[in-house]
Every structure is written in structure tokens, then in C-alpha cells.
Unconditional design. Sequence first.
Length: 295
Amino acid sequence: MNDHGTMTTDNHAALWHGRFEEGPDAGAVAFETSIHADERMALDDIFGSKAHARMLGETGIITRTESERIIEGLDSIERDLLSGTLSVDYSAEDIHSFIEATLTDRIGEAGKKVHTGRSRNDQVALDERLYLRRAVPELRKKIINLVKTLADLAEKHTDSLMPGFTHMQHAQPVTLAQHFCAWAWMFTRDCGRLTDALCRLSRSPIGACALAGSSLPLDRKLEAELLGFDEVTQNSLDSVSDRDYCIELASAFALIQTHLSRCCEEIVLWSTSEFSFIDLSERWSTGSSIMPQKK
């Protein structure tokens, strides 16, 4: 950095630096950097780049030798990240820049060809889909286990009577099993929403580039197949300009949190002296700093 606050270090990691002669202001770099957020997509970015390099080699856009060198270099970066021998450089603008710069450092000029026929616009859209496609099934698996646990509890309490409430007043008798099943059905619907979202997520945006595709003979279907997608997106502009899949999943997550909150609130209510339906283990309870009788 010089006296004017302008970055003077090597700018080779900036994927957009082509027409620029002056380095960016340090404040601007700090403002726009996203690596602290998107480093969690490092493995997804590598996976996507390996498929892209394979496609570039298969179509003859780059040589097969270059394609193999890129893939081998990305494999080494993946291994080193997983083993901890390579750490993310937080001075990089984003995880994509870091990985490409590291690749170029390791294999030379061939590393720069990994970005051929690709923009960060479709690259980010791809990374997000890959990350969500990996993370959402793990969440769904946990919810399914919760539903199974609630079903098991319900089976044990088919004869356990309890009052049902409306407006916090006794209304009709129900069983504890019915209450557990009510919770289970909430989470079953949550699983359905996640499953539906994953279906819409399984479309590859790569090849859309900045917004209008590329003049290079990219094979989008081959790359989608290598990445495990069901199909490719149908409109390049839509592919990079909409994040409805993120919003859809955020909505599903919010409903899951609401349902979890409802369960927790009812458990807290049942444990109060006014209800005394359950007695929570001290392992899962706290107390008051001034009122020792409270649990």
C-alpha cells in the first residue's frame, strides 16, 4: 500500500484487472471483499472448476494436457485445504480469486485457463447451488431423524392423556401421542419443502457467463452431467440474475426455526409450576442468580 491508500501489491489475483493500470483503493478492497463469507464454498468452487476444466479439455477449447494439469493442481489444493497444510489467504478478494491464484502459483500459466469461458457471475451461481445441494440434504437428514424420534415417542404414549388447550384454557382431552404427532407432521412438511427446493436447485447455470453466454463452443450439458445436475438452466440472463433458490430455502429454514421454536416454547410451558407436566433434567436447565428456587 502506498501513501495514498492505494494497493500496490501484485494484482494477479484480481480476476477483473485486465484494463486497469492503477491498483484499487484499500478501503474499496476491504468493502467489497467476500472471502470471509464465501470461503465455506472452497470445496464446491474446486469441484466446479475441475468439471469446467474437464469440459474445456473435452471440447478442445484448451488442450487435454492443460486440462489434466489444471485438475491435478486443483486436486492438490483440495487435499491441502482438507489437511490444513494450506490456509485461505484473506487478502484475496474472494474464494474464487484465491483458488485461481493458488492454482496459477502451482502449475504456472495453465492455471489461468481454468476461467476460460466463465464469469464470476455464473461461477458464483454454480458455487451457491453446489454448496446448498451438499448442505440441505444434511439438514433434511437431521429433520427426518427428529420425525422418527417423535413417532417413536408417540407410539409409547398412545394412552397418556393430557388436556388440550385453546386460549390457554382446558378445552378437550388429547393424548401425548397426538401432540408428538402434531410436531412430527410439521417437520414432515418441512422435509417436503426442502425436497421440492432441491429439485429446482438441480439445474446448472455454468455457461451463462456474465449474462449472455459465450462465443466459445462450451458444452453445458457435459459440464452439468459432470457436476451431477439433472439439466441446465434455460435462460442465461435468468441464470445469473436471480437468487430465488436462496430465498426459497431461506423461507423453508425460517419455517423450520418457527416449528422448532414452537416445540421449545411448549416444552418450557409444560415444565413450569403452573403446568407441571414434565420435569426437565438439570443437564438441560439453568437457574437464577438471585432466586435459588428457580430452575
